[in-house]
Design a protein around this ligand. Structure first.
Ligand code: NAD
Length: 470
């Protein structure tokens, strides 16, 4: 499988397009291919095909399960090629790309076997009442550039098992892997059930706005998410929004700096820090602050940064030039505002969008690098004296995606965890997604949930069937 000629998939066939846009390798900054640009006519065709396919698809649960299994098998047969494409366009180390591909396939397989709930209610009278689910119809799925494959598969699996059909669009920064997956759907999913389009923000907006889509599942920035929410509201579409995060982690005074630092660095710099649900603000008790900063800097400096295809590389480049510039600006501003760079802090000269793992000491809550989601390899460390104060500062955010607390005393850890205000709270870990657990954020981190049955529930409506006894 090569990625020289990626095409969209509409109604089970490759859809040739007149226009295209460039795709870059973030490790070199060089253009590596072009991706097709979806026309308005192709969008109409895809939505029409999805709507038509829904008539049979929505009524045949066993077909849905077997088609999902077949699609997962076809993807698994091409897992190496998909991982290579993912590293080529996204930049992440090949091992991380392989893990994303296998994880995405596993999500599909899990959906293929997941029971759909039907509750039989005890009415106490002559009527039997069953509560099941019914699909919304055509789902528009809009994907970001940090985990293009696994996020696409999570949305697709949930939508399709629920009996919906789907029109899906990757980010224009990372279209290749998703379009390759689309090519593999042509022989495994019935025509029209899953349509893989390609284009920029306007295409996403058109998909969300179109009256044929009855639900929108969006993962991306808060600003775009709010736009999606507006157009969905105007047509009362169902909506799932997985938006940003500015996750806090609190380190208690009894934590062991060396041990904790290794875990914190591995988490904060995975995928070059471009993860919605990772550590972006670290609150450390004053008694261990200096030792922990030292350990974090040692760990960060030891990480091997380079092209995702090179052996032993632990962190690749930032995915795109704009994001690299944002990271540079945030760090430069933090230094002007009085922060100290304990590790990293300077972009590399030369090709590619590389930025080293960066630890910022003496950060304060008012700095932009702390208040805003960085979405890059930057970890600001803040000192606290009083635990109540640390919890209040951690919770003081428009975001509420995930958070964590680190230490040794189980009772204190549990008490602090109970007070952290986020969709997922972790003790001595962070950025874990347990299969079947709902992934959902509070406040500006999003609306609705993904993950296992929660993903299906968000893209289906209840359906009550009452039968009178005779
Ligand atoms: P983005 O919002 O710029 O783009 C995401 C997708 O939305 C792209 O496909 C884009 O083309 C499309 N889009 C942009 N504007 C749109 C509009 N008005 N209507 C419809 N579609 C539109 O985000 P990004 O830069 O690709 O991704 C980074 C952001 O995504 C970060 O804020 C990150 O936290 C967030 N994210 C969240 C999760 C989560 O599950 N909560 C996961 C990954 C990334």
């Amino acid at each position: 499988m090569t990625w020289g000629h990626v095409q969209q998939t509409i109604d089970g066939r490759a859809a040739l397009s007149q226009e295209s846009y460039p795709v870059f390798d973030p490790a070199t900054g060089a253009q590596v291919t072009t991706a097709p640009q979806c026309s308005q006519r192709q969008l109409e065709e895809a939505l029409e095909a999805a709507w038509r396919a829904g008539a049979t698809w929505s009524r045949n649960e066993s077909l849905r399960r077997s088609a999902l299994r077949d699609f997962a098998d076809a993807l698994a047969n091409e897992a190496d090629a998909l991982a290579a494409a993912l590293t080529g366009e996204q930049g992440k180390p090949l091992d991380e790309a392989r893990a994303e591909i296998t994880g995405g396939i596993e999500i599909l397989r899990t959906y293929a076997e997941l029971p759909l709930p039907v509750d039989v209610l005890a009415t106490g009278g002559p009527i039997t009442s069953e509560v099941g689910r019914q699909p919304c119809g055509v789902v528009a799925a809009i994907i970001p550039w940090n985990f293009p494959f696994s996020i696409a598969m999570s949305k697709l699996g949930a939508a399709l098992l629920g009996g919906n059909t789907i029109v899906l669009k990757p980010s224009p920064f990372t279209p290749v892997t998703t379009l390759l997956a689309g090519a593999l759907s042509r022989t495994t999913l019935p025509a029209g059930v899953a349509n893989f389009l390609s284009g920029g923000d306007n295409l996403g907006a058109a998909m969300a706005r179109h009256p044929a889509t009855r639900a929108v599942t969006f993962t991306g920035s808060v600003s775009a998410g709010k736009e999606v929410a507006k157009v969905a509201a105007a047509d009362l579409k169902r909506v799932v929004l997985e938006l940003g995060g500015n996750d806090a982690a609190i380190v208690l005074p009894d934590a062991q700096p060396a041990t904790v630092a290794a875990d914190l660095c591995a988490i904060a710099f995975r995928n070059c820090g471009q993860i919605c649900a990772t550590i972006k603000r670290l609150y450390v008790h004053a008694s261990i602050h200096d030792r922990l900063v030292e350990e974090l800097a040692r760990q960060a400096n030891a990480l091997k940064v380079g092209r995702g295809t090179d052996a032993g590389v632990q962190m690749g480049p930032i995915q795109n030039r704009m994001q690299l510039q944002r990271i540079k600006d945030l760090v430069a501003q933090a230094v002007v505002d009085g922060a100290l760079i304990a590790a990293g802090g300077r972009a590399w000269h030369g090709p590619g969008y590389f930025y080293p793992p960066t630890v910022i000491a003496q950060a304060t809550d008012v700095m932009r690098v702390v208040k805003e989601e960085q979405f890059g390899p930057v970890l600001p460390v803040l000192s606290y004296e009083n635990l109540d104060d640390a919890v209040a500062r951690a919770n003081d955010s428009t975001f509420g995606l995930t958070s964590s607390v680190w230490g040794n005393d189980p009772r204190t850890l549990r008490e602090v965890a109970e007070r952290l205000d986020a969709g997922v709270v972790n003790i001595n870990t962070h950025d874990v997604q347990i299969p079947g657990a709902p992934f959902s954020g509070r406040r500006w981190s999003g609306i609705g949930a993904e993950g296992g049955i929660h993903g299906v529930l968000a893209l289906t409506d209840p359906r009550v069937l009452n039968t009178a006894g005779r």
